[in-house]
Design a protein around this ligand. Structure first.
Ligand SMILES: NC(=O)c1ccc[n+]([C@@H]2O[C@H](COP(=O)([O-])OP(=O)(O)OC[C@H]3O[C@@H](n4cnc5c(N)ncnc54)[C@H](OP(=O)(O)O)[C@@H]3O)[C@@H](O)[C@H]2O)c1
Length: 165
């Protein structure tokens, strides 16, 4: 099964200038809990935005067109299909971004772990694909207020794709 995990703002934005929209420790923790022990698939730009390289406890699969790309601690793939074929960790595989890789994998997704940040960020330059709610069912939703460490209210929402008729 292929899932995506993403944090979006009220306009579906996911990033600006190669970085996340804001620092939300509660969302980082949620991301870690959901992806730990699984294969995570990402674009080369998202990988290079990580301050400490590959994320521990997960198979980091990085998609690039560059045939000479070989950073430490990652499995390199040259398409989404190749990324899926080289995933070795058990359970769901997780698409973790960014915009190009969410777009390329969107038709294959069966589950989306969405964090919706209740804010409209300015100067954004990356978005998640539009989610047509006729094709998805909300299976869980959890609201959280802002607090001293998380600057905006946010919701954790899990979506499952409706089965094709
Ligand atoms: N809010 C969130 O949850 C979240 C999550 C992840 C990322 N982000 C944000 O998203 C932004 C980055 O997104 P992005 O779209 O610019 O970059 P990206 O999707 O992370 O990476 C793009 C790169 O992936 C490779 N690529 C893309 N399509 C490919 C294909 N069909 N075949 C082979 N390689 C392919 C290319 O690498 P090469 O150039 O090396 O060929 C391309 O430059 C950042 O702002 C980041 O912080 C947000």
């Amino acid at each position: 099964m292929l899932s995506a995990i993403v944090a979006i703002d009220r306009n579906g934005a996911i990033g600006k200038q190669g970085q996340l929209l804001c620092h939300m420790p509660a969302d980082m923790r949620h991301f870690k809990e959901i992806t730990m022990g699984h294969s995570i698939i990402m674009g080369r730009k998202t990988f290079e935005s990580f301050p400490k390289g590959a994320l521990p406890g997960r198979q980091n699969i990085v998609i690039t067109r560059n045939r000479n790309y070989a950073p430490e601690g990652v499995t390199v793939a040259h398409s989404v299909d190749e990324a899926l074929s080289v995933a070795t960790m058990p359970g769901d595989m997780f698409i973790i971004g960014g915009e190009q890789i969410y777009n390329a994998s969107f038709p294959l997704l069966t589950t989306i772990y969405l964090t919706v940040i209740d804010h409209k960020f300015k100067d954004v330059d990356a978005h998640f694909p539009r989610i047509d709610m006729r094709s998805w069912i909300i299976i869980s939703q959890e609201e959280h207020p802002a607090d001293e460490r998380n600057p905006y209210p946010f919701s954790f929402i899990t979506l499952k794709r409706k089965k094709a008729l």
